[in-house]
Design a protein. Structure first.
Length: 318
């Protein structure tokens, strides 16, 4: 069983020992800050792209994560197994990629650090790693078994980075067991919530119609934060069996409700999200939005063979 999905779809596991030997040979470091205040998969996608950049250009990837997202009060290892060296200088680590203003005090601090070091930081490479040039490059890193496009590279990198610790692995498996999925099904992530403020929402029925245009659909798993979407689709498509981990309390993104959650409730939301993503990854076909970070993550691993978008015809980096 692979840590990141629990299914075997063309994944190629890279061992921690292989990566450690390769990564730590480099003296120059790429310092990455996991905990800049963005959504979880936004930050995770950045980490994955940063790992690939460092491996390609000869930097040791190190990470500062003591101020990680809500639900991860102790950092990366609250949820995941370690995969790279920790960066421990708090003042520098927490200042990386905080503000785009060059005269910001924290940016001045990071720039001063780099004047006396060969290290670079996430700020230096973040935008390049989100360009079409980076997305369409060919990668050849023999020591890591990487040869091919970004999707081939991520089949090695994602199983290395996206490894849940034993406690979270058990919680995710327990939750997944509550959904009795058939062997064949379609996975759909429907973007709702606060994203209405960022981009025009796509009507839920378009996701189903996209799937139906490609193959027969009798079972589907829906990941969304709004239970009303699922109820609406059940009425529209009574011939389809819908599965989900979304419950009646999930009525869309609510900043006030999120702020009032206890630590246990926040961690419960993380577990539900991780379990839902795993079920999507194991589907026969994924349908979603590549402009959303969960969709970008899934498409980055599965490629255009198993993942299609309702917003863009092919996977891309944004």
């Amino acid at each position: 069983m692979l840590y990141y999905t629990g299914c075997q779809k063309e994944a190629q596991e890279l061992t921690f020992e292989e990566y450690e030997q390769y990564n730590t040979q480099f003296k120059r470091r790429l310092i990455w800050h996991f905990g800049t205040g963005n959504g979880f998969y936004s930050e995770l996608n950045g980490v994955l792209l940063g790992v690939l950049y460092a491996a390609q250009y000869g930097y040791q990837f190190v990470m500062y994560a003591r101020d990680a997202n809500a639900g991860m009060p102790k950092g990366w290892e609250d949820v995941f197994r370690p995969f790279c060296p920790k960066f421990t200088m708090r003042l520098i680590g927490e200042s990386v990629l905080i503000s785009t203003r060059q005269n910001c005090r924290r940016n001045k601090l990071v720039n001063l650090y780099k004047m006396f070091s060969d290290d670079i930081t996430e700020d230096d490479v973040f935008w390049y790693t989100h360009t079409n040039r980076f997305a369409t490059a060919e990668y050849d890193i023999p020591a890591l078994g990487i040869k091919g496009d970004i999707h081939q590279a991520m089949k090695r990198i994602i199983p290395l980075v996206y490894r849940f610790n034993p406690q979270y692995r058990q919680r995710i498996d327990n939750l997944k067991a509550k959904v009795e999925m058939p062997e064949n099904y379609i996975g759909i992530h429907i973007r709702m919530g606060d994203k209405a403020n960022e981009t025009d929402l796509i009507p839920p029925r378009q996701y189903i119609e996209k799937a139906l245009a490609i193959k027969n659909v009798s079972n589907t798993f829906i990941y969304t934060d709004n239970v009303h979407v699922i109820n609406e689709l059940k009425d529209m498509y009574p011939e389809i069996t819908f599965h989900t981990l979304t419950d009646e309390k999930d009525t869309g993104y609510d900043m006030r409700r999120l702020a009032e959650m206890t630590q246990d409730e926040r961690q419960g939301q993380l577990v539900k999200m991780f379990a839902s993503i795993e079920i999507l990854l194991c589907s026969d076909l994924f349908v979603g939005t590549f402009s959303s970070n969960p969709g970008m993550f899934i498409g980055m691993l599965l490629g255009n063979r198993y993942a299609v978008g309702v917003d863009y015809p092919h996977w891309l980096l944004l």
